[in-house]
Design a protein around this ligand. Structure first.
Ligand code: 9WN
Length: 479
């Protein structure tokens, strides 16, 4: 069946009209049910079947929604993740639940071997983790969680517990991961950036010799349709990169003398990863202020990093940010949604913010005309596929980030429309992991943690946005 015929043959299963008045209560209940179902007692799994452990950036997004249901659970979510931090400051991308069978997810703890292979880097002894990281959404999440119930937060000493850990996490990224020497953090594996299978990685990944398919068993195909997931060839490359990193003790090395990316065969500066670091640095400044420090130096650093982001990754011809291949030294000429995410930065030059909005609404992303939600990749790109993992479908975390960015930059009408589309599609798709950007059809798994959490946040946060949430993104010492 060709693709258009397939789209007609697979309509959205539960097309409900989202009416803010009547649907909000039931959407709230359904989202809360997903988060309750995925709660383990100390954290929330992204999905009971496909992702049965704790994931780093998922937990941050989940905490942002969970704060509306239970500020205590939201605080616990972040504390559990940060308790698994390594001594060198990295926050691992997965914290494994020891009661889940080893073959439920691959790569499992016996692949990463964190407590032995990661010993020199300071991996914890009592909990098993992966050795790579994910985008640093955590300080932003911690600040928003604090704002949901400052009384409880102060009584529990929430911010004073998490602040030193978050500061060490940012230090790790800013110092150990500045592999390109231009102040931005690099990712050393596509899983670190979180948009695992984006066509932006195709060129740098092509240099990697894949691990043989028979050397590992994918567990994801037990739960997801093969046509929605990465290919075996890409998986082989992911496994090779992770194996090599593990076998050198998760050492990030020094950029020189082994070349611009040090010992890393894959090193990329990504706009979304760095924009989230900057937004989190602004949030860390606010946390510092709440704890009695000034926060001024952190705001200033966030503004310097914004300038570095523009300097190194802005592409005026395409009207968006691109990824930089640090090993090859060049910008990667692919339009991924990651290149729009810096819209959430307050210190972004006004003309760049306006250009990003135009690009988001233009033919490559189609928001407000051809697409319901912003696709993960260029609608006109050769590799575009509306169902394949991060190669076209829309995700709800990027929808949430762009809604926040539009609102921050005064695009209230567009932000309201995107908010309505996120809420409607999250509910109608059964809180899908991702959706076809044109039809809203569910892909991947359903009852997905951050989809439920971020829908809940958009549902609740509207009145508080201007006085509360917006200040987490804003620079200076205002608010
Ligand atoms: C690898 C958990 C994670 C998300 C990522 C998403 C996917 C894992 C996988 O699921 O990645 O980390 O097995 O594909 O790409 O963004 O954090 O939800």
């Amino acid at each position: 069946m060709d693709r258009p015929a397939q789209l007609v043959a697979r309509p959205m299963e539960r097309a409900v009209a989202y009416d803010p008045g009547t649907a909000a209560d039931s959407l709230h209940l359904r989202a809360a049910r997903v988060l309750d179902g995925n709660w383990t007692g100390t954290s929330t799994v992204p999905s009971r079947g496909l992702y049965p452990h704790q994931w780093s950036w998922d937990s941050a997004f989940i905490a942002i929604g969970l704060r509306h249901l239970s500020p205590l659970r939201a605080q616990t979510e972040l504390e559990t993740l940060l308790a698994a931090q390594w001594r060198d400051g990295r926050v691992p991308h997965i914290v494994f639940n020891p009661s889940v069978p080893l073959d439920a997810y691959f790569p499992s703890p016996d692949f990463w071997r964190s407590s032995t292979a990661g010993r020199a880097a300071g991996a914890p002894r009592t909990v098993q983790t992966s050795g790579i990281v994910q985008p640093p959404v955590h300080a932003l999440a911690a600040w928003l969680v604090h704002l949901a119930d400052p009384g409880l937060s102060r009584a529990r000493g929430f911010l004073s517990t998490v602040y030193p850990r978050l500061a060490a996490w940012h230090r790790y990224l800013l110092h150990r991961r500045d592999l390109g020497g231009g102040s931005l953090a690099s990712v050393v594996h596509p899983w670190e950036q979180g948009m695992d299978n984006s066509p932006c990685w195709d060129a740098p990944l092509a240099r990697i010799t894949p691990a043989p398919a028979r050397s590992f068993r994918r567990a994801d195909l037990d739960h997801g349709a093969p046509e929605d997931r990465p290919t075996d060839l890409d998986y082989g490359r992911y496994v090779r990169l992770a194996t090599d990193y593990r076998d050198r003790g998760y050492d990030d090395g020094r950029p020189a003398p082994s070349g611009p990316a040090g010992p890393n065969a894959f090193a990329v500066e990504d706009p979304a990863f760095n924009a989230l670091l900057i937004a989190s640095e602004h949030a860390l400044a606010r946390i510092a202020r709440e704890l009695g420090a000034t926060g001024t130096a952190r705001h200033a650093r966030a503004e310097r990093l914004t300038a570095a982001l523009v300097d190194r990754l802005w592409d005026p011809a395409r009207g968006m940010f691109l990824c930089r291949d640090v090993t090859g030294g060049e910008l990667i000429p692919e339009r991924g949604v990651s290149g729009l995410v810096p819209l959430l930065l307050p210190a972004l030059p006004r003309d760049i913010a306006a250009t990003l909005v135009r690009t988001m609404c233009g033919p490559h992303f189609g928001l407000g005309s051809t697409t319901r939600l912003v696709p993960s990749y260029d609608l006109r790109g050769e590799a575009f596929d509306p169902h394949r993992y991060w190669r076209g479908p829309a995700w709800f975390n990027t929808g949430w980030l762009l809604e926040r960015g539009l609102r921050l930059h005064g695009e209230r009408g567009r932000a309201d429309a995107l908010r309505r589309a996120v809420l409607h599609t999250a509910d109608a798709s059964g809180f899908a992991e991702y959706v076809d950007p044109y039809t809203g059809e569910a892909c991947g798994t359903t009852d997905f943690g951050w989809t439920a959490a971020l829908a809940l946040d958009l549902l609740h946060d509207q009145p508080a946005w201007d006085k509360g949430t917006a200040t987490a993104f804003k620079g200076g010492d205002r608010g």
